[in-house]
Design a protein around this ligand. Structure first.
Ligand code: UD1
Length: 386
């Protein structure tokens, strides 16, 4: 006889056909890999859980995907959907169509989605319609800027998810304001920091500084890939002017995202950077984190790097007008520069001359978030009381 029970707080009947609990974690794009790695590890402690990884293939280059599976020792994906690139609608629709078949074949007891990429949105909608409980890890973050595709992905995912795992206090406040029931929301800490903690305590740092000829605290690390910054000639041109000004003062390392490279090539801007700006291919996790740790300062438009910089205590200048991760500003080392690009070079000067912001590590960014998530989900799905 199948065991039928109701998950607390959501009234979703969950039916299991045998005593093994099957959970699928979805990964799609680069920032998902470091979030699912510790979750997969945490479920290894539960002998009656079959944890599967489904890779949608949103990111597919070796440098954007495979290298992370190796660096982070993530088990090979059980299922690869191979959806690739496309417009937002195309990519989302391809993931939805392929993932619907996965749900029908595997019949998981629950699905975990992480972050805010198109794969997160697509799989959570499919689960909601198929009646499969879905847990969103990194729920509640809000930039309040609906021109960012990620903000739409966050809002929709949180609206349909059954369990909302939150990384910082603002996430709890946002979800409550939007009417999420208290018993769906769990403040568990930051899974990406779990990966960082494990990496720093267990792995020797790769010799990337030597490989690139850099000195500790003697360079600026930069990343840019947001459509708002790189998809028009004007904004990309301003960024190149900024990087040129910085590179004339201090070496700048620029691991280049494929989207940025494509846009620079199409606008004929790739050649304008001076040789002190060291452009590299996208880097693996270990090399990138090592570069973060030893940078004088990080200049970025990424979401996750604001958090990693905060944990590492490295000053971070974010080239955006908002952040969905406000704790990195209120407690961490992050400064939002908005579009005041002209002030960035002066600010980097101040940092290099010892006037950096000193932050603290936010609550529950302790390396144990994934264990908390696994324990809560296990108790829910096995019918044990939480
Ligand atoms: C996606 C996420 C973004 C995340 C970022 C990290 C969405 C809406 N955006 O943005 O939140 O911060 O990943 O990288 O989900 N490309 C390759 N090789 C790849 C992957 C992409 O060449 O392996 C090219 C594609 O041609 C594509 C472009 O890069 O046109 C952008 O990829 P896409 O997945 O659409 O969005 P990202 O900008 O990477």
């Amino acid at each position: 006889m199948p065991i039928a029970f109701t998950t607390r707080g959501t009234n979703i009947p969950v039916t299991r056909v045998n005593s093994v609990i099957t959970i699928i974690s979805v990964v799609g794009a680069r920032p998902n890999f470091m979030k699912v790695a510790p979750i997969a590890r945490a479920f290894k402690q539960y002998g009656d859980v079959r944890h599967m990884i489904v890779h949608t293939g949103q990111h597919y280059d070796a440098a954007m995907s495979d290298v992370f599976f190796r660096d982070l020792e993530i088990p090979e994906p059980d299922i690869f959907l191979g959806v690739g690139s496309g417009s937002h609608a195309e990519q989302t629709a391809k993931v939805m169509t392929a993932f619907e078949r996965v749900l029908a074949d595997v019949r998981p007891d629950a699905v975990i989605v992480v972050g805010d990429v198109n794969s997160t949105l697509a799989c959570s909608i499919v689960c909601a319609k198929a009646g499969v409980p879905v847990a969103h890890v990194e729920a509640g973050l809000r930039s309040f800027d609906r021109t960012m595709p990620e903000e739409i992905n966050r809002l929709v995912t949180d609206a349909v998810a059954d369990w909302l795992f939150v990384s910082e206090p603002s996430g709890v406040q946002n979800l409550k304001r939007e009417g999420a029931a208290d018993d769906k929301v769990f403040f568990v800490g930051n899974v990406m920091i779990d990966t960082l903690v494990l990496f720093r305590t267990r792995k020797p740092a790769p010799p990337v500084l030597e490989r690139l000829g850099l000195n500790k605290s003697g360079y600026v690390l930069t990343t840019m890939h947001r459509p708002g910054n790189v998809d028009t000639r004007e904004s990309l041109g301003r960024l190149m002017t900024l990087l040129t000004a910085l590179a004339l003062k201090i070496p700048v390392v620029f691991p280049m995202h494929p989207r940025t490279k494509k846009m620079l090539q199409s606008f004929g801007l790739l050649e304008v950077l001076p040789e002190q700006c060291l452009v590299t291919e996208p880097l693996g996790y270990g090399e990138f984190i090592t570069l973060c740790e030893h940078a004088a300062c990080i200049v970025t438009d990424s979401g996750g790097i604001q958090e990693e910089a905060t944990y590492l205590g490295v000053p971070c200048i974010t080239l955006r007008t908002n952040t969905e991760r406000p704790v990195t500003v209120t407690e961490g080392t992050n400064t939002l520069m908005g579009d005041r690009f002209d002030d960035v070079a002066a600010m980097v000067d101040e940092i290099v001359n010892g006037k950096a912001v000193h932050g603290t590590i936010p609550e529950l960014w302790d390396g144990l978030a994934s264990e908390r998530i696994a324990e809560i989900l296990y108790k829910k799905l096995s019918g044990t009381h939480v």
